[in-house]
Design a protein around this ligand. Structure first.
Ligand code: SF4
Length: 345
């Protein structure tokens, strides 16, 4: 179990439900636009949001957003330690750095000191592109090298007594990501931020993240997650939430299950399932709804559903926990199911 670390108003670690993160892709220098984007992503379910702070102007935009939201914001910093210090002063809840590319130990010390003074945590993010040469010589570009490199960077911060740390060792390769995090979790109890980086877009990217993040979460590893997609960041948020739901970690939603359809299917299973899923997407209540295409298998397969329909030629059976409660015209299925959901929420 990882220790607890506070990222602004959000606590992570200590067996809490993994927190959904994403990253903005608008110009950070445009503070008004950045804030709008943060509000949009937060409404969709992002609990911690990261933005690149790569210039002085970006720092100003980031500071504006920090002043106007209580969503914990993470400043993503590469190379420029002054920007890291500025972001901590501006109200960043966390600074994401790789101490290896910040420069001298004196600079790392100054960044740590600012983070302590202004209450920012630090995420040490290490990947294959930024490994220490001696570790590459010792291990090659392997999970062992990635993990030892990360722990070496962590030690550069810990020596000042600073322990509000999160670590990530993302890779674009699913197996390597999983292996690195498994190894890392044996070396530390700091919270771990999970992700398969540069996963790409479309279904394959979703599958990479689902397998990579999902298998780690199933092993009890991971405290925050980001699904990296070449897409609108809101898709990352939905995907992360769906991973938590698919794993049964987040149960607080309407879980619409439906049969795959076959020649026995008597009703529009595909359309009904999609419409009911969309109509209940924002309902935070643990309910299972089954849309099954026939009475032959439908009742049995949906027997643990709170509400279900098993399709018939003109009329269908509405059931609850495998027990028939009504027979209705097929034209009334959608309305009836939505009414039954509404009665329970
Ligand atoms: S529940 Fe019925 S209609 Fe649906 S796939 Fe199974 S047998 Fe086919």
């Amino acid at each position: 179990m990882s220790r607890e670390v506070k990222i602004g108003k959000v606590s992570i670690g200590n067996n809490k439900i993994p927190v959904v993160q994403t990253m903005t892709n608008v110009d950070t220098a445009d503070g008004v636009l950045l804030l709008k984007e943060i509000q949009r992503l937060s409404s969709a379910g992002a609990e911690i949001i990261r933005a690149s702070v790569n210039t002085e102007d970006a720092l100003k935009g980031f500071a504006y957003a920090c002043r106007n939201t209580d969503v914990p914001l993470v400043a993503d910093i590469h190379f420029d330690y002054q920007l890291a210090i500025g972001a901590a002063k501006a109200g960043a809840a966390k600074i994401r750095i790789n101490p290896g590319n910040i420069g001298s130990q004196e600079r790392v010390k100054e960044v740590v000191s600012a983070c302590r003074d202004y209450g920012a945590a630090i995420r040490v993010g290490v990947n294959k592109g930024s490994l220490d040469v001696d570790l590459v010589e010792k291990y090659g570009k392997t999970p062992e090298a990635i993990v030892e490199s990360a722990m070496r960077q962590v030690e550069r911060i810990e020596r000042y007594g600073f322990t509000d740390l999160v670590i990530s060792v993302k890779s674009s390769d699913v197996s390597e990501t999983v292996e690195s995090y498994r190894l890392l979790s044996k070396s530390t109890d700091y919270p771990l931020h999970l992700g398969v980086t540069e996963a790409g877009g479309g279904d394959l990217a979703l599958i990479k993240s689902s397998i990579g993040i999902g298998s780690l979460l199933l092993s009890g590893i991971g405290d925050t997650i980001r699904v990296s997609l070449s897409d609108d960041p809101i898709s990352e948020v939905y995907a992360a939430k769906n991973i938590l739901r698919a794993l049964g970690i987040d149960k607080n939603f309407v879980n619409v299950i439906s049969c795959p359809t076959c020649a026995r299917t008597s009703i529009d299973v595909i359309g009904l399932a999609e419409r009911i899923r969309k109509a209940t997407i924002n309902v935070n209540k643990p309910l299972k709804v089954a849309i099954m295409g026939c009475v032959v298998n439908g009742l049995g397969e949906g027997e643990d559903a709170d509400i279900g329909v098993a399709g018939g030629k003109d009329k269908s059976v509405i059931f609850s926990k495998g027990v028939k409660i009504a027979t209705i015209d097929n034209a009334d299925i959608e309305k009836t199911i939505l009414e039954l959901i509404n009665e329970r929420i």
